[in-house]
Design a protein around this ligand. Structure first.
Ligand SMILES: Cc1cc2nc3c(=O)[nH]c(=O)nc-3n(C[C@H](O)[C@H](O)[C@H](O)COP(=O)(O)OP(=O)(O)OC[C@H]3O[C@@H](n4cnc5c(N)ncnc54)[C@H](O)[C@@H]3O)c2cc1C
Ligand code: SF4
Length: 495
């Protein structure tokens, strides 16, 4: 433990950010680096509390408590306090292949279960993680490390999101030849084409790791959808094992009156085309502009927030975000104690930016859309909404019921549906003849990752349903370990 009294002496401090009204003028990341002395004092707040919960990574009431990849947090906090950055980086890479991604986009369940957080603001774990790896890259400490020996075994990984990339990195480390198939024109999955550039820079941060993986011998085949551009039946003929990391990409729809009007899009179509335009420096026919429009975003989660931030950067005229759930409390409710993930009201970056531009958080809680209204050209012009109450039905399930007299009409020339995802797309899984669970996810036990077909493994959102980058890391690493065991009879890969 660095400084026994650090948590008493120092207050929690996060890095400065560019102000919302200035950052919405561009697509750059907006967190500014923190000076090293400040990071050392922040690391000194770690109490080395004997039984740390921050790295446990368990599920409590359906939410992660502690770090799902079991990052060695107290150890690297201590090393940072002592200025031993290189060793801290080595510790971080033991459990995390790509800390620059989680250090930027993870919601940090570790901080929700930090023991200091019982009475004080928790340690700034996520920012310390990000600073360690950013310094590692700056100093040239992160270098390609191709395996010294090859096993001659070939593994196909389908999908190049965080689960696929972790599986590729680990299996390559074990000496297998790795081919990653990706249907998009660039690898990265939602790291590339979901999470927007201002949260996770594509050219500097994502591409840098993709280049490193290639230098280590991983082969990426893009613009290739397995099941369409590459025959499914060739997978197990050409490869010794397969790891499916295809994500949970089937969006939830809202089949209400007017759904087929023009100007109503799934959030991912909007976000993907936006990042593509940014990277290619050209807007193709799929680009959807929010410029000068009244925008309504349906869904108050991460995807909705990214639509808020993106619409603001396009220069939308007004912005409203509908959320069907109630506004969370400002502090932990009695039935949500530490070390559970604190379900409290937060303004994410998009809402902060909307508040700076339009004066208030754009979210309306307990609100749903009832109808889309169109103009004479078949284009959406308004969204009809109503406030709802959650009431128990006869079976004891909570269902939403409209509150009479609360109907509203909001102008909208662009509507973005960001209501979550319903699991993986099914055609490839049908073609392989894989067993599914009741939620249409691939059936493969957590920790084993083996599907109903020998030699075929599944990891990430296609196995567990829509989740987080850090869980995709956990599963990609775990599936790699089990795949290596299948190929070699035993494995030295960690979980
Ligand atoms: C807009 C948005 C924002 C998010 N923000 C955050 C965040 O801030 N923090 C966080 O922790 N989580 C966030 N998430 C969730 C997180 O991104 C996912 O949980 C994570 O990316 C899942 O990883 P994955 O590797 O399982 O799948 P994905 O990242 O979905 O990757 C799957 C890949 O498989 C490819 N693919 C599918 N089928 C085929 C096929 N047949 N052939 C070839 N390729 C195929 C897809 O094109 C895709 O690239 C966000 C999700 C969305 C949608
Ligand atoms: S990966 Fe996420 S949960 Fe784990 S230490 Fe980093 S921020 Fe915390």
């Amino acid at each position: 433990m660095g400084k026994p009294t650090g948590f008493i002496e120092y207050l929690r401090e996060l890095p400065s950010e560019l102000q919302p009204d200035s950052r919405i003028g561009n697509w750059d990341e907006f967190h500014l680096p923190m000076p090293e002395e400040k990071l050392q004092t922040q690391a000194a707040r770690c109490m080395d509390c004997g039984t740390p919960f921050c790295h446990t990574g368990t599920m409590l009431k359906g939410m992660a408590s502690g770090c799902p990849i079991n990052n060695l947090i107290p150890e690297w906090n201590d090393l940072i306090y002592r200025g031993r950055w290189r060793e801290a980086l080595d510790r971080l890479h033991k459990t995390n292949n790509f800390p620059e991604f989680t250090g930027r986009v993870c919601p940090a369940p570790c901080e929700g279960s930090c023991v200091l957080g019982i009475h004080n603001p928790p340690v700034t774990i996520k920012n310390i993680e990000c600073s360690i790896i950013d310094k590692g890259w700056e100093e040239g400490w992160v270098e390609p490390e191709p395996p010294t020996k090859r096993t001659g075994k070939k593994v196909a990984i389908i999908g190049s999101g965080p689960a696929g990339l972790c599986a590729a990195a680990q299996l390559n480390k074990a000496g297998h030849w790795i081919t990653v198939f990706e249907r998009e024109d660039r690898p990265g999955g939602l790291l590339m084409y979901g999470i927007p550039n201002m949260k996770l820079d594509k050219k500097q941060v994502v591409q840098r790791r993709l280049d490193q993986l290639e230098q280590e011998g991983v082969k990426f085949i893009c613009n290739t959808e397995v099941g369409k551009d590459f025959p499914t039946e060739n997978l197990l003929k050409e490869f010794d094992a397969v790891v499916l990391c295809t994500g949970a990409t089937k969006p939830r729809d809202l089949p209400i009156e007017g759904r087929d009007l023009k100007g109503i899009h799934f959030a991912m179509d909007f976000l993907t085309a936006n990042t593509k335009a940014l990277l290619d420096n050209s807007k193709n026919g799929n680009f959807i502009s929010a410029e000068g429009k009244d925008v309504v975003i349906i869904g108050g989660g991460d995807t909705g927030t990214d639509c808020v931030g993106t619409s603001l950067r396009h220069g939308c005229k007004t912005l409203a975000q509908l959320e069907i759930m109630p506004q969370p409390p400002l502090e932990r409710a009695p039935d949500n104690p530490w070390p559970e993930w604190p379900k409290i009201y937060r303004m994410d970056y998009g809402q902060e930016e909307a508040a700076a531009k339009f004066g208030a958080d754009p979210r309306s809680y307990l609100t749903t859309a009832t109808k889309f209204e169109g103009d004479e050209k078949g284009h959406v012009k308004a969204v009809h909404t109503v406030t709802i109450e959650w009431q128990k039905n006869e079976q004891g399930r909570f269902i939403p019921s409209p509150v009479p007299g609360t109907e509203k009409v909001i102008p909208a020339q662009l509507v973005l549906l960001a209501m979550g995802f319903l699991g993986p797309e099914q055609p490839l899984l049908d073609a392989l003849g894989l067993e599914r669970n009741a939620r249409s996810n691939i059936k493969a036990d957590y920790g084993k990752y083996a599907t109903s077909i020998p030699g075929v493994f599944a990891a990430g959102d296609c196995r567990r349903g829509q989740s987080l980058v850090v869980w995709a890391f956990n599963e990609g690493r775990g599936a790699a370990r089990e795949c290596d065991r299948y190929l070699m009879g035993s494995t030295d890969l960690p979980g």
